[in-house]
Design a protein around this ligand. Sequence first.
Ligand code: IMP
Ligand code: MG
Length: 180
Amino acid sequence: MLVFLRVTTTATPTVLIDQDELSARIAALAHEIRADQPEGQLHFICVLKGAFLFLSDLIRALPGHVSIDFMACSSYGAATSSSGEVRLSKDLDASIEGRDVIVIEDIVDTGLTLHYLQEILLARGPKSLRTACLLSKPSRRKIDVKVDYIGFTIEDKFVVGYGLDYAEQYRNLPYIGVLE
Ligand code: IMP
Ligand code: MG
């Protein structure tokens, strides 16, 4: 007999970054990204699922022409620490050859996921490749990875909300919270 377990937790996360701080920082990032490339189309690649809210708020704050695409890869199950294994579970719809690409990630932790993604994308010949991460936990880094734009640098705490999950929960919180 197969038994499916669904992790549920009723804990309410403690607010680490509230809605106002998120929107002010994301608006500043959007202007910085556009200022670094004032002309032309920017092609945003959203890493699912965690970055979907970050992408949607970022592009609405960004002037000029924008296109978007999505990819998904996983290095986590229901656990809160990286397995070190990265798997591409959804590829892009369109070619990135010759395009100005910006990868949008929720959080860079060990850096393994982002490193893997950047290698794959660079091999496809974009004109440029930059990366924006909403959050960074530098103390956890296992590999040196280039991140061009960072929203917030945080301590080594497991965070949820604003797209980020614990066992698929909490993505809908409008703030970044800490699970204690
Ligand atoms: P990395 O490969 O260790 O850098 O992990 C990157 C991925 O792990 C992120 O894109 C998240 O999906 C997930 N992750 C890392 N830290 C956290 C966290 O504190 N909360 C939720 N997800 C996390
Ligand atoms: Mg992610």
